[in-house]
Design a protein around this ligand. Structure first.
Ligand code: MSP
Length: 521
């Protein structure tokens, strides 16, 4: 059994419909998963849904449904988003599944027995909307709490607490000694700054069942359910446990039943998350794992947030981007390309319909699409679609781009990889303009030169298909089919120059990115 490259995304709350932010995170994780597969790793890619907690309970009540029925119905919508995004998922976790409940309860029992929890009473101001107790620091100058917290009520509650304080120094040391653990660096510095300037409060890991019953029952005390974040973070090891990961199962005192084909997944190689949930992943989760006796994930990769037309996404104001509507109108690859090309993993981004359309037109239709279409159409017209003798004029430039792309993919620098690949698209389009094959075709004395140009162009198109497979897989499969090649360009080693064989016949050229005159809705 060899260790898989294990990549996860945040699991989305099911209290609404998916928007571009959720879709973006899943797409970048899928591009990384595909890139790693292409580079030869065995990959396991996980996403799923966070179905417990007050927000979900309230959303269900608002629709007069039981929380389970509500979650079951919405899970269909979210799963269909995963399909529409063409995610190469290996599992989809829902926190209401029995396999997940069993793992959460096994962990709670183990940590309780080992003395990591204590029970305490707490009196404070509680925000139902944010599911959190507020402190004096949260008050506005006038004494009230900010509107983002919704209704705030004073509560006296007994709960179980997870000891975090003792681990603060250890965590600072761990993050300092492992620079790749939280990326990008400015997020790592943010966590270190927080840990060095604050004393960690112990984490309240239960909610009284009398106030909130939509949660996983605490195995050692029926009066409580598990706090939604303690439940949700555990999803990352539920799936290794369900897949028979030996390290995870031996860490649980009550392992899940043996899996038929066990996989070695833990530790995760990358947890892809948004900036708002960094503290949960970079502070609580490492301490939870340490208490369980499990190694730390290799990397927490933190992306920024999307706005639309410079404003926060908001259902109330209608300022949203519905990924499914965009995909239906423009195609999945246009969506995947835009979000990855527009935004590096880290900073915040701004979706604009004009920017989307302009990238579609300039980079996809006129850049890549035009290159492939004119290269293959000329090969069809001037050489009856038969690949001429190999010529290496663009081989060196292509090799440079292949090496650069590989280096970026190994660092999860997806936008940089696209920029590098596009230098080859531009270079090849300029090569067409410079060599003017349409003129060469008119002069029989230039037949050999025309062969050379046509080979180089077709071969660059083939290499581009391999390099772009993780990003825009369907398009690259079309390029392969138009080149008359069988199979999919899914293996990075296929990028090596010279893959097209002299004498083979290409298929039918067809536009990859049809012209669009209509603006998006
Ligand atoms: N359920 C928790 C995560 C638990 S992970 C163990 C949650 N869910 S969420 O639905 O609110 O958010 C899911 C992911 O979507 C988060 O990583 C969040 O940062 C991301 N995004 C939500 N809105 C976003 C944008 N506007 N832009 C980019 N990503 C955003 O948090």
């Amino acid at each position: 059994m060899s260790k898989c490259f294990y990549i996860t995304t945040a699991i989305d709350y099911v209290n609404g419909e998916p928007h571009v932010g959720h879709a973006y995170e899943k797409v970048i994780a899928d591009v990384i998963a595909r890139a790693r597969r292409s580079l030869g790793a065995e990959v396991f890619f996980l996403t799923g849904l966070d179905e417990h907690g007050q927000k979900v309970q309230q959303a269900a009540q608002g629709q007069n449904k039981s929380p389970q029925v509500y979650c079951d119905e919405l899970s269909v919508v979210w799963k269909s988003l995963a399909t529409a995004l063409e995610l190469t998922l290996d599992d989809f976790v829902r926190t209401t599944e029995p396999r997940h409940k069993q793992v959460v309860q096994a962990i709670l029992s183990k940590l309780h027995a080992a003395g990591h929890f204590y029970k305490d009473a707490y009196k404070g101001f509680y925000s139902t909307k944010e599911e959190t107790f507020l402190t004096e620091k949260d008050r506005l100058p006038g004494g009230t709490f900010p509107a983002q917290y919704g209704e705030v009520t004073e509560l006296l509650e007994e709960n179980y607490y997870f000891k975090l304080k003792d681990q603060q120094e250890w965590l600072i040391g761990y993050i300092e000694q492992n620079p790749g653990f939280i990326q990008p660096d400015y997020r790592r510095n943010e966590v270190l700054g927080f840990l060095k300037n604050n004393t960690l409060e112990d984490l309240c890991i239960t909610r009284p069942a009398s106030r909130l019953n939509w949660g996983i029952p605490v195995p050692f005390d029926p009066n409580f359910v598990t706090y939604v974040w303690f439940d949700a973070l555990v999803n990352y090891i539920t799936i290794p446990a369900a897949q028979g990961d030996p390290a995870v199962n031996s860490a649980l005192n009550t392992p899940l039943p043996a899996a038929p084909a066990p996989k070695e997944l833990w530790p995760a190689d990358v947890h892809v998350i948004g900036k708002d949930i960094l503290k949960f992943h970079a502070v609580y989760w490492p301490i939870m794992l340490k208490a369980m006796g499990l190694p730390q994930p290799k990397q927490i990769l933190v992306h920024g947030w999307w706005q639309k037309e410079g404003e926060k996404l908001s259902k109330t104001t209608g300022n949203v981007v519905d990924p499914i509507a965009v995909i239906n109108e423009w195609g999945i690859d246009a969506f995947r390309f835009y979000v990855v090309r527009e935004l590096a993993i880290g900073p915040d981004g701004n979706w604009t319909d004009a920017g989307f359309q302009s990238r579609y037109q300039a980079e996809l239709a006129n850049g890549l699409g035009n290159l492939v279409n004119r290269s293959l159409s000329m090969l069809k017209r001037y050489r009856n679609g038969v690949v001429p003798q190999r010529s290496d004029e663009l081989a060196a430039e292509t090799a440079r781009v292949i090496a650069e792309t590989r280096a970026h993919l190994e660092q999860n620098q997806l936008q940089a990889a696209l920029l590098s690949i596009w230098t080859l698209v531009t270079h090849a389009n300029q090569y067409v303009d410079r060599t003017a094959p349409f003129r060469l075709a008119k002069d029989p004395a230039q037949a050999k030169r025309l062969d050379e140009v046509l080979y180089n162009l077709a071969e660059v198109c083939r290499v581009l298909a391999v390099l772009l497979w993780p990003f825009i897989p369907s398009t690259t499969e079309k390029i392969y089919a138009q080149l008359g090649l069988t199979g999919s360009p899914e293996n990075f080693s296929q990028a090596a120059w010279g893959g097209l064989t002299e004498g083979s016949s290409i298929g039918e050229p067809a536009a990859l990115f049809p012209r669009k005159d209509k603006p998006t809705a």
